[in-house]
Design a binder for this molecule. Structure first.
Ligand code: AOF
Ligand code: ZN
Length: 356
């Protein structure tokens, strides 16, 4: 199963809104075929693994999958049907599919057709690699990662130089961009930094052969104050969404969707925005690159799952804006767990996860 999980992760840069799924067919200790789901609309992992299997199916063969096989017809047909027709008689599934159209029905259908299905092998590892897919289906919002670069003296803006973190950290952060279906910023960040919000890594670096998926660019601009002819983020073909409090309108030419959202005391209603992103845009993973205000809004509402800091060794001084001190507890009901710390040349990458 660990092999299936490792394979599943290979699809993470290309498969959204689908989950990471890997499949291994083995006989005893011998792996006979393996596959992973690469792209929505293309074959699911089980179907590819069966197509790649060179040997005739026999009763000793076991199929290992990190997610319950689907039993519905979506963009592709039901995997359960292909499995039943193949003659495979033993299946190990790590976890049930949280998607309401599957959710236990796949396993039931297989068992009804005489297949032995065991659920739960490596369950925790399987949950870990599909946290975004699970969050979207269970909480009706994307999995939300807040990312910030901070200086040694806790500043998040640098008046002298655009960058706070090192090149190595910035390259690392592009892997997070690549894994995300969308990137969200506030209007102040667009005005100050003029970011492109795209992925600037090669396919070789991402170890993929498919075209790089550029994330949807999301801007919160309550009063529609930004001149869309001026900033880089509005250029190019990628989908852009501007959440605002004034109008809903689709600009097909520029590929910009304007969506009107209720205003709250400290900005647009983030809960409604997240619901729209999960339901209407099928965003399973969202990267937020917030300034001070937006960061505190996400903290206050406790709608996020992870915080990633790139903490550099640069001192900026009083001209730089101070970051939010998360230890001062913006969080009312939840707490953070330190997940990992990684050294990236002169910077430290610190990853916190919000405790369930
Ligand atoms: C599997 N194996 O490799 C994946 C599954 O639109 P479709 O047909 O691609 O179906 C997408 C749904 O199928 C997705 O939301 C999830 O519930 C399941 N994904 N299932 O048996 C796979 N990727
Ligand atoms: Zn399937």
């Amino acid at each position: 199963m660990q092999n299936a999980i490792d394979l599943a992760i290979k699809g993470k840069y290309t498969n959204s809104p689908n989950p990471n799924v890997g499949c291994v067919i083995a006989e005893g200790d011998k792996i006979l075929s393996k596959a992973y789901h690469c792209k929505s609309g293309e074959d699911h992992a089980e179907v590819i693994a069966l197509k790649n299997l060179k040997k005739k199916v026999n009763k000793k063969m076991v199929m290992y999958i990190n997610l319950e096989p689907c039993c519905h017809t979506g963009k592709t047909g039901p995997c359960t049907k292909t499995i039943i027709n193949s003659g495979i008689k033993n299946i190990e599934v790590a976890m049930l599919d949280p998607n309401p159209i599957v959710k236990g029905k796949g396993v039931k259908h297989l068992r009804k057709n005489g297949i032995k299905v065991n659920v739960g092998l490596c369950r925790n590892e399987a949950i870990k690699i599909n946290k975004d897919f699970i969050t979207r289906h269970k909480k009706n919002r994307p999995y939300i990662v807040l990312k910030q670069a901070i200086s040694a003296d806790f500043r998040i803006t640098n008046p002298q130089n655009k960058w706070i973190s090192s090149k190595l950290s910035r390259d690392d952060s592009h892997f997070h961009r690549a894994e995300s279906c969308a990137i969200l910023v506030g209007s102040n960040t667009v005005r100050k930094d003029d970011p492109r919000l795209n992925v600037r890594l090669s396919k070789e670096k991402l170890l993929i052969s498919e075209k790089i998926r550029q994330p949807v660019k999301i801007i919160l601009d309550s009063k529609l104050s930004l001149n869309i002819n001026k900033y880089k983020v509005f250029k190019g073909k990628a989908k852009k969404i501007i959440f605002n409090s004034l109008q809903t309108k689709l600009d097909h030419k520029r590929n910009i969707d304007y969506i009107k959202i209720k205003k709250e005391k400290f900005g647009l209603d983030l809960n409604s925005i997240m619901k729209i992103l999960a339901n209407d845009y099928e965003i399973k993973r969202l990267l937020v690159e917030p300034g001070k205000e937006l960061f505190s809004n996400f903290l206050n509402k406790e709608i996020f799952d992870e915080i990633i800091y790139y903490k550099s060794s640069v001192f900026i001084g009083n001209l730089g804006m101070h970051n939010i001190n998360i230890t001062k507890s913006y969080l009312k009901n939840r707490s953070l767990i330190l997940d990992s710390v990684k050294i990236l040349s002169n910077d430290v990458k610190i990853r916190y996860i919000l405790k369930e």
